[in-house]
Design a protein around this ligand. Structure first.
Ligand code: DAT
Ligand code: MG
Length: 139
C-alpha cells in the first residue's frame, strides 16, 4: 500500500551541503518525491510541527534550530514510506541510537542537529503534510 510521509532536510543538512546526498539515499531506497520545497520555517509552523515536544528541556533549542535557516520540506511516497524513511534516517541520536549505514549515523554527530525529520505514524504524516503542504493534503 502506498503511503506518504513528511520529510525535512533540516537546516544543518542544507548548510552542510547534504541535500543531494540525502535525496539520493531516499531515491536509492525506492521512495519517490511527491512534493518538495526549500523554505525557512516560521516559528508558528515549527511550533505546530513539534507540538508534541512542548515543555521538554530541548524544545526551545529545537525551535531555534529548525527556524535558523532554509530547510527542504518534502512529501515522500512509496510502499511503507513512513517506516522506510525512518529506517534509512536512523535513530534520533546519531551516535547512540542510529545504526551505521543510516543518514544520521553516517553523516551526523549531534543529538539535536541530526539532519532529517520523518513522520512517525500515519496520523503524524497526515497532520504534517497538511501543515507543510496544505494544497497537497486537500486532494
Ligand atoms: P525523531 O526526530 O527521531 O522523530 P523526536 O521526535 O523524539 O525524534 O525528537 C524531535 C527532534 O528533537 C529530534 O530529531 C532532535 C530533537 N531532540 C529529541 N530529543 C532530544 C534530546 N534529548 N536532546 C536534544 N535534542 C533532542
Ligand atoms: Mg519525531
Amino acid at each position: 500500500m502506498t503511503e506518504r510521509t513528511l520529510v525535512l532536510i533540516k537546516p544543518d543538512g542544507v548548510a552542510r551541503g547534504y541535500v543531494g546526498e540525502i535525496l539520493a539515499r531516499i531515491e536509492r531506497k525506492g521512495l519517490t518525491i511527491a512534493a518538495m520545497e526549500l523554505r525557512t520555517a516560521s516559528t508558528d509552523v515549527a511550533a505546530t510541527h513539534y507540538a508534541e515536544h512542548e515543555g521538554k528541556p530541548f524544545y526551545p533549542g529545537l525551535l531555534e534550530f529548525i527556524t535558523s535557516g532554509p530547510l527542504v520540506a518534502a512529501v515522500i511516497e512509496g510502499p511503507r514510506a513512513i517506516a522506510a524513511f525512518r529506517q534509512i534516517a536512523g535513530g534520533t541520536d546519531p551516535v547512540l541510537k542510529a545504526v551505521p549505514g543510516t543518514i544520521r549515523a553516517d553523516l551526523a554527530l549531534d543529538g539535536g542537529q541530526n539532519l532529517v525529520h520523518g513522520s512517525d505514524s500515519i496520523e503524524s504524516a497526515e497532520r504534517e503534510i497538511a501543515l507543510w503542504f496544505p494544497v497537497l493534503a486537500q486532494r
